[in-house]
Design a protein. Structure first.
Length: 583
């Protein structure tokens, strides 16, 4: 798989690990001694590339629970290729179980990845993850460390069915919950669904954030071509993991680190795939954070420019009606990229040091309904896009939405605001029969952003009030400085920047203010005069909780806003951290 042509092979003395192991010093003696203490013979590790397997395996993460076994496949291949594998457990930011949100801990995992690789004698890394924030976190850390690294995606779970109906994790949970709220299904049905919808190990089987980010990583070049599409339970998945082990040893011997192959063109290819997949809006934050770590300038405008050209071609929930296993058997990401050839930078290379043109040369589509052509998109550009960027006096630094998952009639809308300052207030009031709300109302949740929550949870898919659900309302305009799960749908405007907690204009909106949305024009405004807004700003005081200790305190003090990637200000591209001194 790895193309070593035109690359110089490094010698044993060039290996980073040999600074620990090779010298005739008391400190190197101790390093060799402690390694032999674990049962290894001297010749099993000395003079060999040391491969760090950063594993986010956890029994609290169903998405990653199989990665403990996959690490053994990686190790087997590393040994066979002449390397020395070492497994380094890392924080598992598995969705659903982690509270208040995994986004709070994305930067934690990025820091841990970088420091695990820096503090140990590691020459190259296999990054094992896949659930939403694990992919960007692992890549952010590896990019900052800049040693050869390959991403091994966890893979999506198998397709789900309930009473003959396709059920996708996340997407259908929300739909069935609304049905339960209005009595369309019974409590018995609800309990039955609980045990039927998620059939296997792996990440969500819809085009949620997990598959959005692993597919983007694949299209950028951080995985073996097509690896992101392989289902977690498929026998080809451990085979792929083993190939990651073989490939990373080759990468180390040729010093194939990200700074030597990663360009803005790689990121633009990832964005092309993102739009064609109808991917999660969360990717807009993660892509900027990843690019910053690579010292590559990437903006919301870069993404929107691609979104205006590339329609949704993958017929996958929540924009379509199929699941990730269908996508894999239809040809997977490489088949989709083949159809996207006119938009791709075909000369970009990735971890295999082969150009994109090679990756897709033999790719083929086996189901034209699942992977559509440009002449038959799932959603025409005239109807909706995977990403729409909005600006206006409500979001001067930008807000985003997935217009392809919105009700078309709401893409141009004017209505009165109903403002909720906290999720608790929202929960208490949303189903109150006395709530003065109509289908034209605009629901707003604020103080839910990076600083305000903190951690910017997935609270942006605000529930439809029960009395409107009973009247058949299934979508309405909703606005928040929080995020939304990639498995969800609806006319939800997210990532409003600056957020309310830092004094962004969202903090100044009052219930009854008229909100005007025009997706085609790219605008979102509150129709309130400048003088009135100035008076409100003068009277404004923050209401969010400020943490005095814990990781949340560090987060609130240093996190950037959504349009800047929500990374920590001190972790973004800057001077390289020096290698640790080995006394």
């Amino acid at each position: 798989m790895f193309d070593a042509s035109h690359l110089r092979k490094v010698g044993v003395s060039d290996l980073r690990s040999q600074r620990w192991y090779a010298p005739d010093t008391i400190r190197a003696f101790a390093h060799r001694q402690r390694t032999q203490q674990m049962g290894l013979n001297r010749e099993e590790f000395l003079g060999k590339p040391v491969i760090g397997i950063i594993n986010t395996w956890s029994e609290m993460s169903a998405c990653h629970v199989h990665l403990r076994e996959r690490a053994e496949a990686v190790k087997r291949a590393v040994w066979a290729a002449g390397g020395y594998p070492v497994e380094l457990p890392a924080l598992s930011v598995g969705e659903v179980m982690v509270k208040p949100t995994t986004m709070l801990y994305r930067n934690f995992l990025a820091m841990e990845t970088e420091e695990l690789l820096r503090q140990h004698p590691i020459d190259g890394a296999v990054l094992m993850g896949g659930c939403d924030k694990s992919t960007p976190a692992l890549l952010m850390g590896a990019l900052s460390m800049d040693i050869p690294a390959i991403f091994c995606p966890a893979g999506p779970m198998s397709s789900g069915k309930w009473r003959g109906h396709i059920t996708g994790a996340g997407t259908h949970t929300k739909k069935f919950w609304d049905q339960l709220r209005v009595g369309a299904i019974t409590q018995h049905d609800w309990v039955e669904l609980e045990g039927a919808m998620t059939r296997s190990i792996g990440t969500c089987n819809t085009m949620g954030t997990a598959s959005t980010m692993t597919s983007i990583a694949d299209a950028i070049g951080f995985t073996l071509p097509g690896a992101s599409s392989i289902p977690a339970a498929d026998s080809r998945h451990p085979q792929m993991a083993a190939l990651c082990g073989k490939t990373i040893v080759d990468m180390v011997w040729h010093d194939h680190r990200p700074s030597k192959w990663l360009e803005k063109g790689n990121f633009l290819n990832g964005i092309v795939a993102y739009m064609a997949l109808g991917g999660s809006t969360n990717a807009a934050i993660h892509l900027i954070a990843m690019a910053n770590r690579a010292k590559i300038a990437l903006t919301l405008e870069d993404m929107e420019a691609v979104a205006r050209e590339v329609p949704v071609l993958a017929n996958l929930f929540p924009s379509g009606d199929r699941l990730m296993e269908d996508f894999y058997f239809a040809g997977g990401l490489m088949a989709l990229m083949k159809k996207l050839e006119p938009f791709l930078r075909l000369d970009m290379v990735g971890v295999t040091n082969r150009p994109v043109s090679d990756w897709i040369e033999n790719a083929a589509c086996f189901d034209e309904d699942v992977i559509r052509g440009l002449n038959n998109p799932v959603i025409p550009l005239s109807t909706g896009r995977a990403l729409a960027v909005l600006r206006g006096n409500l979001c001067p630094n930008g807000a985003v939405m997935k217009s392809s998952a919105a009700q078309p009639s709401l893409l141009k809308h004017r209505g009165p605001a109903i403002v909720f300052d906290t999720p608790q207030e929202l929960s208490e009031r949303i189903d109150d029969p006395a709530l003065e709300v109509t289908r034209d109302s605009v629901l707003i949740l604020r103080n839910a952003g990076p600083v305000g929550a903190p951690g910017m949870p997935e609270w942006g898919n605000l529930p439809i009030p029960k009395k409107l659900l009973k009247d058949g309302v299934t979508d309405m305009v909703r606005i928040s400085d929080s995020r939304m799960s990639g498995t969800h749908y609806g006319t939800c405007i997210l990532h409003v920047a600056p957020e309310a907690a830092v004094g962004g204009p969202l903090a100044l909106v009052r219930t009854g203010d008229i909100i005007e949305l025009d997706v085609a024009a790219g605008t979102l405004n509150m129709l309130v005069g400048d003088e009135e807004l100035a008076a409100r700003r003068a009277a404004w005081k923050p209401v969010h909780r400020t943490y005095g200790r814990s990781f949340a305190a560090l987060y609130q003090q240093h996190v950037t806003q959504a349009d800047q990637g929500c990374d920590f200000d001190f972790l973004q591209a800057g001077e390289a951290v020096p290698e640790p001194h080995i006394y």
